[in-house]
Design a protein around this ligand. Structure first.
Ligand SMILES: NC(=O)C1=CN([C@@H]2O[C@H](COP(=O)(O)OP(=O)(O)OC[C@H]3O[C@@H](n4cnc5c(N)ncnc54)[C@H](O)[C@@H]3O)[C@@H](O)[C@H]2O)C=CC1
Ligand SMILES: O=C(O)CCC(=O)C(=O)O
Length: 454
């Protein structure tokens, strides 16, 4: 269901907003895509709640509360000055302090950060952990850079960003290109500048210095927990099924781990150079060694693993599978790839990455009744566990791995149920896109309504 099938009066509400967003944010197709998806999904809510429209909730939602763009100068190993660009978009704090990751990748620009920040508002609402939405990052790419270069870049990045952060203001975490090493350097610089060990101002920290058990695993595990719930609702289970996974970073690795723990077989992993197929099931220890420790390519995995093969051309979505888990990056699974997956009998798709499926791909899954879990629901386990990290920091407690995993599983079950129930309530049972967008939008809109025009 989309608003395009709804009344002309609703189109009169949404179309001018989409036009304004397009005019105000030229050259930001990913941001437009994210806004379209949400606004086109919430027609049933707007129908019931004209007060949201009258209070200008939509117009306010699509305009970030604050956007910071800044220069990040740093010195490379050849003693040359490099200048990167830094971003933080503090999108919406109606539900709690700004919360969302930092991405370091050459493709990062303001539009990418805005699409991620916009998605984060709704994802964070679904976790029910009292966190607002934000995202940030830089066009600096850590790949191929020495530890010293990464450290100097992170320190310079924090030299500006620190003034916008704080445990009650804005709490960053990792995303593409920002893992344990980068978080260490960023946190260290903040601590030095502020002269205080403010644990709750960053999540994803090392467990020995304020980090939470399971945060590393949480996004991948959470995606699989959501998938498990979705399959269970239709009388199926992960056990015995094959999964095709894209990516080989944080989300992909731990999605693979949980699939294998639940009796499924994850048979692929990928990076920007190509993908590996390993019909016996990915050897996770080897993949972690190659990607996390040695920071090499998936082709190196294939070279060391008997029976696995590396494919440079084509797409990981060409591999026949029961389950597809896009865990790499935005728009990595398009309409043609979706058609191939459907033709080859895919049962369920869960987005570990943010917006990895194009609108055409989502439409193809809907038309074929493939179970489809949108990222803002399926990958909410990462940020939810970040909120658990903040709770532990505030109360100076430490929860065990098992306890933290139980809490993550309970949150993902609740995200699933909330999403499913909202899809039912809005006349689209089992459509998790409608369910996630309507359930989260209502939470944010109610908070904005209660807090007045600010
Ligand atoms: N880390 C987290 O807690 C969360 C991450 N996400 C999303 O999950 C996705 C992956 O993030 P992480 O695993 O954290 O990052 P990462 O940096 O650990 O891994 C990213 C992976 O994607 C691959 N990749 C990047 N660009 C690619 C391209 N153009 N083609 C093919 N592969 C490509 C990289 O090779 C790498 O394997 C992103 O969309 C991110 O926004 C979503 C929720 C939370
Ligand atoms: O853990 C966090 O604060 C943010 C994770 C994130 O960036 C995401 O959910 O996309």
């Amino acid at each position: 269901m989309s608003i395009t099938s709804s009344s002309p009066s609703l189109r009169r509400v949404v179309d001018p907003i989409l036009e304004t967003v397009a005019a105000r944010n030229p050259g930001e197709p990913e941001y437009m895509q994210a806004v379209h998806e949400v606004l086109e999904s919430i027609a049933p809510v707007l129908d019931e709640r004209p007060d949201y429209v009258e209070a200008g909730i939509l117009e306010r939602l699509v305009e970030p509360e604050r956007q910071v763009v800044f220069r990040v100068p740093w010195v490379d190993d050849d003693n040359r000055v490099q200048v990167s660009r830094g971003f933080r978009v503090q999108f919406n704090s109606a539900l709690g302090p700004y919360k969302g990751g930092l991405r370091f990748h050459s493709s990062v620009n303001l539009g990418i950060v805005k699409f991620l920040g916009f998605e984060q508002i709704f994802k964070n609402a679904l976790t029910a952990q009292g966190i607002g939405g934000a995202k940030g990052g830089s066009d600096f790419d850590p790949h191929g850079r020495s530890d010293g270069e990464v450290m100097r870049f992170c320190q310079s990045f924090m030299d500006e960003l620190y003034r916008h952060l704080g445990e009650h203001t804005d709490i960053p975490a990792g995303d593409i290109g920002v893992g344990a090493r980068e978080i260490g350097y960023l946190f260290g610089r903040y601590r030095k500048i502020m002269n205080r060990h403010e644990s709750g101002m960053f999540t994803g920290k090392g467990v020995a210095w304020g980090g939470a058990e399971v945060r590393t695993e949480a996004t991948g595990y959470g995606t699989v927990f959501f998938l498990e719930q979705m399959l269970e609702r239709s009388g199926r289970a992960i056990e015995g099924l094959n999964a095709v996974v894209s990516g080989s970073g944080n989300v992909a690795l731990y999605a693979i781990e949980k699939i294998q723990q639940l009796g499924g077989t994850a048979i692929t992993a990928s990076d920007s150079s190509g993908y590996v197929v390993d019909e016996k099931g990915i050897d996770l220890d080897l993949l972690k060694q190659v990607k996390e420790v040695e920071r090499l390519r998936v082709s190196d995995y294939a070279e060391r693993r008997p029976g696995a093969h590396f494919v440079r051309a084509g797409s990981v979505w060409d591999v026949p599978t029961d389950i597809a888990l896009p865990c790499a990056t935005q728009n990595e699974l398009d309409g043609a790839a979706a058609a191939t997956l459907v033709r080859q009998g895919v049962t369920a798709v869960a987005e570990g990455a943010n917006m990895p499926c194009t609108p055409e791909a989502i439409e193809a899954f809907r038309e074929s009744s493939v179970l489809f879990a949108p990222g803002k629901a399926a990958n909410a386990g990462g940020v939810a566990t970040s909120a658990l990290e903040m709770s532990q920091n505030a109360s100076r407690q430490r929860w065990s791995f098992a306890d933290s995993e139980d809490r993550l599983r309970a949150i993902m079950t609740s995200v699933h149920d909330m999403t499913y129930e909202s899809s039912e309530r809005h006349g689209a049972r089992g459509d998790y896109v409608i369910g996630a967008n309507t359930a989260s939008f209502v939470k944010v809109a109610d908070a904005m309504l209660a807090q007045g025009v600010i």
